[in-house]
Design a binder for this molecule. Structure first.
Ligand code: GLU
Length: 291
């Protein structure tokens, strides 16, 4: 069984947490998303908080409206809804405003380095002091101060990260004019008042960067974080979106009920024994709420 998260910091007198479910509409939902949704809705309900559904469509090339519609339909079928949906593409001004704010307190600069030039390590800051003119077709980075970010993960315990050493100065807009994942997510968590980020532990490495970036944007009280286990295959690899047998559409078409699918996902990460059916109304009990 995975270590159960310690939800005591979320209980009163702490204000009710605001968390989010943030799928990218680059494919349909699969069991890996359902694992995340179980943690998000289960913990939000156990702690008396709420869920903001956010469609992460900052990558305009890979996202498709049909996937968004399919994701929302599958969530409703699972019994998981969270009030009005927000999407990144609805608020382009939020990112340009945040960029302006960032320039007020940090060094934002044009970068012409290709992936190949940068290589695998942290960005070495080659363009930092070149004073290159900005253009829509050129990438933008922000200089990250060399801070040590310490946070208490509600599932994994104390964490220490050094974002400047991990990745170097953060890319905030790529040369296609797209806001990057790190920038868009940090701006969104701030503008939506998200106080609790619940996501898979493949994103643990991003957290120090997002705390550092949020500080540059003026957020001194970062959200709390909880990184949960992912479904892995027998070789220890993360479940891939292309894995047809774990798609929610396919499972529905094969006659599985929502309670079957929630049970399969929860069992795959050890939250319940195999072959347990789980109703959406019972998710909070997995995280300590009375049944
Ligand atoms: N949109 C991201 C994904 O689908 C999740 C981002 C996050 O939770 O920070 O993996």
């Amino acid at each position: 069984m995975p270590r159960l998260p310690d939800l005591s910091p979320l209980r009163p007198p702490a204000p009710p947490p605001v968390t989010r479910f943030a799928p990218s509409p680059t494919g349909h939902l699969h069991l890996g998303h359902v694992v995340n949704a179980i943690y998000v809705w289960g913990i939000a309900r156990a702690a008396g908080g709420r869920v903001q559904v956010r469609i992460e469509d900052h990558d305009r090339i890979r996202c498709r409206p049909a996937y968004e519609a399919g994701i929302l339909e599958d969530l409703a079928w699972l019994g998981l809804e969270g009030g009005p949906v927000t999407r990144q593409s609805d608020a382009p001004e939020a990112y340009t405003e945040a960029l302006a704010r960032l320039r007020g307190g940090a060094q934002v600069y044009t970068c012409t380095c290709s992936r190949r030039e940068i290589g695998a390590g942290p960005y070495p800051g080659r363009c930092r002091d070149r004073g290159l003119t900005e253009a829509d077709s050129l990438a933008l980075r922000v200089r990250l101060p060399d801070t040590t970010e310490v946070f208490e993960d509600l599932a994994l315990g104390p964490q220490t990260q050094r974002p400047a050493a991990q990745g170097g100065d953060l890319l905030i807009r790529d040369r296609d004019g797209h806001w990057t994942y790190q920038f868009a997510v940090t701006v969104d968590d701030l503008r939506h008042g998200v106080t609790l980020v619940i996501r898979g532990d493949d994103l643990l490495d991003s957290t120090g960067r997002q705390i550092a970036l949020a500080r540059l944007l003026g957020r001194l009280d970062p959200p709390r974080f909880l990184h949960h286990p992912l479904i892995v295959d027998e070789g220890g690899r993360k479940l891939s979106k292309s894995a047809g047998d774990t798609g929610i559409r396919e499972l529905r078409a094969a006659g599985r009920t929502a309670a079957d699918v929630l049970g399969m996902a929860a069992a795959a990460v050890g939250l319940v024994p195999a072959a347990t059916r789980l109703s959406a109304d019972a998710l909070a009990t997995l995280f300590g709420a009375p049944s």
